[in-house]
Design a protein around this ligand. Structure first.
Ligand SMILES: *[C@@H]1O[C@H](CO)[C@@H](O)[C@H](O)[C@H]1NC(C)=O
Ligand SMILES: *[C@@H]1O[C@H](CO)[C@@H](O)[C@H](O)[C@H]1NC(C)=O
Ligand SMILES: *[C@@H]1O[C@H](CO)[C@@H](O)[C@H](O)[C@H]1NC(C)=O
Ligand SMILES: *[C@@H]1O[C@H](CO)[C@@H](O)[C@H](O)[C@H]1NC(C)=O
Ligand SMILES: *[C@@H]1O[C@H](CO)[C@@H](O)[C@H](O)[C@H]1NC(C)=O
Length: 652
């Protein structure tokens, strides 16, 4: 093996990669790193004026993470200016991988408090740092200790009226909390218990002495009882964490003290269970073997892909990007997309870039990620935002794009003042630019075909010359769009989605053509398609005007002049052609470019777009506020009927 030559950095990089693989192969099914945030508290200490705390902070976190690689506890004192103290602890029942995942999550969230000191309680781990103050033996703190009570289900809320059940629930919580405290005090500061439907976990930080742990847990067990009748309660103290819940939240097998002696029935059960166990373990062994060899294959595959990635020169260090974006400071945030939030960053060499944090939710993502990054980096065009690289070694994946200074098209188009800056000529050039960028994505000029899927005004960025650059392409595919799109992005993009994609998930370049058509109409009219008026959607208005031969009336008032009077109706007609319900009738992007540039090109007559006879829009506007869910499902039904009817008329 060549591993002897690996640098420390390389090792930590591989550790993260392995971590992700493990987490996706095993953790979604077997365990849970419990990364829910139970409380983040920014402290009152700050670094002294004029000291550079960022390198110190980074160094401290690095030291802690190194210790956490094979421990459940880490503490570090960094003797610098300012001196810093840090402590990290995982709950004892988490296995090492879950512990690392939880710690990684805490590490990414805690810098939100910088430059102030901070402590964060996740449900599986704890992380804290202070300047100039040794807190390793602090067990309670009057200013910061809190309880966090919550309820998950309605049952307990209703039970509140039923006094006797509430009293007995309160007694059960008392017993569980009291028992878990004494177990933890007996067993080095950690215990879990499940009794009478109440589950509890107690954890002291390993830096405390037994007496300090006792003080902390006794205080916590008193305060957490205030959460009754809530079905969840968490005491968040300086030196410990204590949680009770009506659902079993800790790792199976950690509560071996929960039994109460054996009856005959239990013995019989054990005997029959034993024989079942033999059968099960044989098959389990086979399953594990199969899983392990699958994992081996995947790791090998990943190794191959990421070696290619290393060589591609697209690799950025996580730390570099963290610093470049000032630790993902909210003041640097440029926007929030479906796949993650985007921050402005300044690289050490002075280049300004846009850094995107990815929200990923598929197991396959690692593979897809590398493929996409490799793929997208090949695709370059003046109307596509350039991908400069990516970082995969940190606790989350980051993509680095060129920075486009003028923000997105929607911020111009739908702003009363700024929209005046966009003359007809500029709008025409923007439309032509988007068309060229899309045609390039769709395979013009290279052998790779990419479907963008989310063409909309907020995904078109304008540079200093107001030329358009399409952002956010490619990766959408590997980031689990199907569900997340419908559940999160649809309010914004409903107006842009092609009916066949929206309803049946059928995806082709023609879905982008549809969205492009909507965008063209928006640019020319200066209005949002999704903003419904009394007369229905923008698309409907334009269609009606087209039928009465009055397309010029749809053009944005602020750009009406001689030139637009001549060209705009033709461009609107192209928009209508692109938004036809029938996939086959929509032109390709290459044809669209011809129509836009070739004056002699005869633009065909469009068929009626979908969505039109949808009286669902009436219910949406009449009430003012509407439920998005029912709105969408109604709209879907409407689109389905109108879509299929025009499809059949189109092929007739
Ligand atoms: C309390 O815990 C819940 C998770 O159960 C979390 O969503 C919430 O933000 C916490 N409250 C505070 C104040 O941190
Ligand atoms: C540090 O600077 C801030 C403002 O720059 C000021 O308000 C604060 O009093 C200063 N603190 C010390 C200890 O000098
Ligand atoms: C727990 O500690 C807090 C201060 O940290 C204190 O106010 C409270 O009285 C203590 N409760 C008990 C029961 O000791
Ligand atoms: C809880 O009950 C209220 C009304 O009693 C209901 O609106 C809400 O949807 C319920 N929530 C859950 C999670 O069941
Ligand atoms: C532990 O639970 C039992 C009931 O199972 C209860 O009688 C006892 O008081 C509890 N112990 C403590 C210390 O709360």
């Amino acid at each position: 093996m060549e591993s002897m030559g690996f640098s420390a950095l390389k090792q930590s990089y591989w550790r993260w990669v392995f971590l992700f693989i493990f987490s996706f192969l095993f953790h979604t099914c077997f365990s849970d790193p419990r990364i829910t945030n139970a409380g983040l508290f920014c402290g009152d200490s700050r670094p002294p004026n004029g000291t550079n705390y960022v390198p110190t902070f980074t160094e401290l976190m690095k030291q802690l993470s190194n210790q956490m690689n094979d421990n459940h506890f880490a503490s570090y004192h960094l003797n610098s200016t300012p001196p810093m103290y840090g402590l990290a602890q995982c709950h004892e029942d988490l296995d090492q991988t879950d512990c690392l995942l939880c710690h990684a999550e805490a590490r990414t969230r805690i810098p939100r408090c910088l430059p102030r000191s901070a402590r964060i309680f996740l449900d599986g781990c704890f992380l804290r740092y202070e300047y100039n103050r040794d807190f390793f033996h602090e067990s309670v703190s009057p200013t910061f200790d809190t309880v966090n009570c919550s309820s998950n289900n309605n049952a307990t809320a209703l039970d509140r009226d039923q006094n006797s059940r509430m009293i007995s629930f309160g007694r059960n919580v008392d017993h569980a909390v009291g028992n878990v405290t004494s177990i933890a005090l007996r067993r080095n500061g950690f215990g879990v218990v499940g009794m009478d439907g109440v589950y509890a976990l107690a954890q002291c930080w390993d830096s405390l002495t037994p007496a300090e742990c006792r003080q902390c847990l006794q205080n916590a067990s008193e305060t957490v009882r205030r959460c009754v009748p809530n079905d969840e309660g968490r005491a968040l103290n300086a030196g410990c964490y204590l949680r009770y819940s009506t659902t079993r939240f800790y790792t199976e097998g950690a509560d071996s003290e929960g039994h109460h002696g054996y009856s005959i029935g239990v013995i019989i059960a054990i005997v029959s269970a034993l024989s079942a166990f033999v059968t099960v373990s044989v098959s389990a062994a086979y399953v594990i073997y199969a899983r392990l060899s699958k994992r081996k294959r995947e790791l090998k595959n990943l190794g191959r892909i990421s070696k290619r990635f290393d060589r591609s020169g697209l690799k950025f260090k996580y730390e570099t990007l963290e610093k470049a974006t000032d630790y993902f400071s909210p003041s640097r945030k440029l926007g929030q997309g479906g796949a993650g939030s985007v921050f402005m960053g300044i690289l050490p060499d002075g280049r300004t870039v846009a850094v995107k944090r990815l929200i990923y939710n598929t197991r396959q993502w690692v593979d897809d990620f590398f493929n996409e990054v490799n793929l997208i980096s090949i695709i370059q065009h003046k109307n596509l935002v350039k991908l400069l690289g990516a970082s995969i070694e940190g606790p989350e994946s980051l993509l680095v794009y060129e920075y486009v200074p003028n923000k997105s098209l929607d911020q111009f188009l739908f702003d009363e003042e700024k929209s005046k800056l966009l003359t007809w000529k500029q709008r025409f050039d923007i439309i032509a630019g988007i068309a060229e960028g899309l045609a390039h994505l769709h395979g013009g000029g290279s052998h790779v075909r990419i479907i963008h899927r989310d063409i909309k005004s907020s995904n078109v960025l304008l540079d200093e010359n107001l030329s358009p650059k399409i952002a956010d392409f490619g990766l959408v595919r590997c980031l689990g769009t199907e569900r997340s799109h419908l559940s999160t992005g649809i309010a914004g993009t409903l107006g842009y989605m092609a009916p066949e994609y929206l309803i049946r998930g059928q995806l082709s370049e023609k879905a982008d053509v549809y969205s492009f058509g909507v965008l063209v109409i928006e640019i020319v009219c200066g209005k949002k398609n999704s903003s419904f008026t009394k007369s229905g959607s923008l698309l409907q208005t334009v269609w009606t005007l087209y039928k009465t031969n009055a397309l010029a009336e749809a053009v944005d008032l602020s750009i009406r002049d001689e030139m637009s009077a001549k060209q705009a109706p033709g461009v609107l007609q192209i928009g209508l052609l692109c938004t036809q319900a029938s996939v086959l009738l929509r032109p390709s992007m290459a044809e669209v470019i011809q129509m836009l540039t070739d004056k002699d090109y005869e633009i065909p007559m469009p068929n009626q777009p979908p969505f039109l006879n949808a009286n669902v829009l009436g219910t949406a506007t009449s009430s003012g506020s509407y439920s998005t869910d029912s709105f969408i499902s109604n709209a879907l039904r409407k689109i389905q009927s109108s879509g299929t009817s025009s499809e059949s008329s189109g092929t007739r």
